[in-house]
Design a protein around this ligand. Structure first.
Ligand code: ADP
Length: 254
C-alpha cells in the first residue's frame, strides 16, 4: 500500500483558447493513498475535471508533475481507469460489447474478456442485461455499465468525474451506496469529482476543497463519520455546514 499512490506536485493548467488564455488550475499539490476514497470538491468551473483528466493522462499539465503508481505520467496509466459523467457508452454496441471495450483496446484475449465482463456485470447488478443496448437502459443503469467497463481492466484507481451528476436524487443515492460497496469489496482507490457537498460528505475519507478558478487547493478535510453515513445526523450536518462556509455557499445552493 502506497501512501502516495497518486501525487500532484505544483500542478497548473492554462488552456490557450481563441479568446486568449484561461488559467484553470494553479499550484496544486496533493497526494492520495492507495485504497483511499478522496473527493475533489469545488464550485463548477474551478478546474476539478481538468485535474482529473490530467491524472488520467488525457491532458498534460502546463506546470508541475503528476506521479501515478511511482511513475511520472506521459499518457494514460494502466493503473487507472476513468468514469465520465455522461457514461461515454457507444450507442451502437450492446452492454456486453461496451463492457469489453477497454479490455479489447488493451489486447485481453476473448475468453478472459468474457469472464471479466461477466464478473463486473454481476458486481454492478447488470447480470441479465448484457444483450441490451444503452438506449434501452435507465440513466442509472447506463452509469453502472460505465463503472463495470472501467473496472474490467482491474485498475488500482478509479477516476470518477461527477458520475452521478445527471441522475435524479433517488437513483443517485442508490448508486452512491453501491459504489461504496464496490469500493469496499474491490479495495480500489477512488478519486471522485463533485460539486455536491452532501455527496462528498457521504462518500469520502478525505475531501480536497478547491477555490474558484484558477482552482487552488483551499483545504483538506478528513471525514471520520462512521459508514454507512446518515445525512440526517448531527455530525453530517455540521461537516456540511463547515464545507458550505469554505465554498462560500451558505446561502443554500451548492
Ligand atoms: P470543473 O470540473 O470544476 O467544473 P473544468 O475543469 O471543467 O471545471 O473547467 C475549468 C475551466 O477551464 C473552465 O473555465 C473551463 O471553461 C475551462 N476549460 C476546460 N476545458 C477546456 C478546454 N479544453 N479548452 C479551454 N478551456 C477549457
Amino acid at each position: 500500500m502506497s501512501a502516495r499512490f497518486i501525487e500532484c506536485l505544483d500542478v497548473g493548467k492554462t488552456y490557450q483558447g481563441r479568446n486568449g488564455a484561461v488559467e484553470a488550475l494553479r499550484g496544486v499539490s496533493l497526494s492520495c493513498a492507495e485504497g483511499e476514497f478522496v473527493c475533489l470538491l469545488g464550485l463548477s468551473g474551478c478546474g476539478k475535471s481538468t485535474l482529473l483528466q490530467m491524472i488520467a493522462g488525457l491532458e498534460t499539465p502546463s506546470t508541475g508533475q503528476i506521479i501515478v503508481a511511482g511513475r511520472e505520467l506521459d499518457g494514460p496509466s494502466p493503473a487507472t481507469s476513468i468514469v465520465f459523467q455522461d457514461h461515454g457508452l457507444f450507442p451502437w454496441m450492446s452492454v456486453q460489447a461496451n463492457v469489453e471495450f477497454n479490455m479489447k483496446a488493451r489486447g485481453v484475449a476473448r475468453a478472459e474478456r468474457r469472464a471479466r465482463a461477466a464478473e463486473m456485470l454481476d458486481l454492478t447488478g447488470l447480470a441479465g442485461f448484457a444483450a441490451r443496448y444503452p438506449h434501452e437502459l435507465s440513466g442509472g443503469m447506463r452509469q453502472r455499465v460505465g463503472i463495470a467497463r472501467a473496472l474490467t481492466t482491474r485498475p488500482r484507481a478509479l477516476l470518477m468525474d461527477e458520475p452521478f451528476g445527471a441522475l435524479d436524487a433517488q437513483t443517485r443515492g442508490h448508486l452512491q451506496r453501491e459504489l461504496l460497496d464496490i469500493w469496499a469489496r474491490q479495495r480500489t482507490t477512488v478519486l471522485f469529482v463533485t460539486h455536491s457537498i452532501d455527496e462528498a460528505v457521504f462518500l469520502a475519507d478525505r475531501i480536497l476543497v478547491f477555490t474558484p478558478r484558477p482552482g487552488q487547493l483551499a483545504a483538506v478535510v478528513g471525514v471520520d463519520l462512521p459508514r454507512p453515513r446518515d445525512p440526517r445526523s448531527e455530525g453530517f450536518a455540521a461537516l456540511s455546514r463547515q464545507l458550505r462556509g469554505m465554498l462560500g455557499t451558505e446561502g443554500g445552493a451548492e
